[in-house]
Design a protein around this ligand. Sequence first.
Ligand SMILES: Cc1cc2nc3c(=O)[nH]c(=O)nc-3n(C[C@H](O)[C@H](O)[C@H](O)COP(=O)(O)OP(=O)(O)OC[C@H]3O[C@@H](n4cnc5c(N)ncnc54)[C@H](O)[C@@H]3O)c2cc1C
Length: 378
Amino acid sequence: MSSPAVRRVLIVGGGIAGTSLALQLQRAGIETEILEKQPVWGATGTGITLMGPALRALQRLGLLDRCLAEGTGFTEMTLFTADGDFLEKVKLHQLLGPNYPAIGGMLRPTLHRIVSEAALDRGVKVRTSASITALRQHASCVEVDLTDGTSDSYDLVVGADGWRSRVRRLLLGPQDPEPYFLGQAVWRVVLDRPAAVTGEFQFYGPGVKAGFTPLGPDRMYMFLVEPDASPVCPEPSRRPARMRELLAPFGGVVAEIRDTITDPEQIDVRPLYAVLLPAPWYRGRVLLVGDAAHATTPQLAMGGAIALEDSLVLSELLASESDLETALSTFMRRRFDRCRMVVENSVQLSEWEKSAAEHGADAARLQNESFAALAAEI
Ligand SMILES: Cc1cc2nc3c(=O)[nH]c(=O)nc-3n(C[C@H](O)[C@H](O)[C@H](O)COP(=O)(O)OP(=O)(O)OC[C@H]3O[C@@H](n4cnc5c(N)ncnc54)[C@H](O)[C@@H]3O)c2cc1C
């Protein structure tokens, strides 16, 4: 058997993409180290929706049953008007067969804990409060300067450092594309789950959308997509009143829940940005994956899924190819069009949401088309 294209890899960023990649590389016998800029390695935020491709990727990582045990799974996605009248059912694919749900929901810190524990068990090294300050490419290695003043060299550096990627900036300089603000923000809060919420529910109001994702038998997270949002998040103390105000156009079950939103600490607000790096996502021995290459808005809830898929495809190629250029160019062929579709369709859904008309039917069609395409093998 030929030897793998790389023996020692540095991953900058210990989020979903970086941690799952480290786990798979280490399993393939490739020595892997993560640099994470935060002092504590973890994830912030409330819940995450795990669409079929995310569940499939987690199964391949060997972590799905644990994720479903600590989160939950379901099979329905239903669209309603702002008053809770039925609009449409979105067709979800049970990619893992009838014994597994089509979609899942769990707390983000729990997902991070499960993936990071698996990576640590496999011997992945993690340095926190750490990043890189410079990259120097050579024919046989890439040298990096680290924020602690030391330098080291690796066969490959992977930038998995999110939508404002420093690795992307160091690699591309003035060609680094600026993420663009969509003019929306997503508000999320974890709440008790009413019995009526049997799956993913989305409510389409004029220019504003809300929804529920179950997290377990008694808990769910509610999201609200704010139009005409500021890129600057409001102070925590102002968030409950502002979120209730934004939910004012909704009736039905959303209105019933509105007044229970009172705890500022529970509310997470994120302005929405997107960026799609044109192919290729690599130069020499430095590659970008996850949000660093394709940060999408959450309208299809697929950003985490395609980050996990990046890790599976890249680790498979790095373990099986003896030539790095072949591995990276094959990675681009397998990943670019799929990730571009997710970013472009998510941005289209965002544009429809912002317009005054109710676009539930168009949204259902585009979601159906996107989910059908993403059911294909990676
Ligand atoms: C509001 C919102 C809701 C979303 N909901 C969903 C959903 O329901 N389902 C879904 O699948 N996707 C969702 N997404 C998308 C998903 O969160 C992202 O696609 C996913 O987190 C990307 O993973 P990543 O590892 O590439 O980046 P990140 O999760 O951003 O991780 C990057 C990591 O790198 C670290 N880092 C950053 N800079 C540096 C540096 N210079 N040096 C070292 N480390 C660094 C960060 O601290 C972080 O740990 C949502 C996104 C948003 C904005």
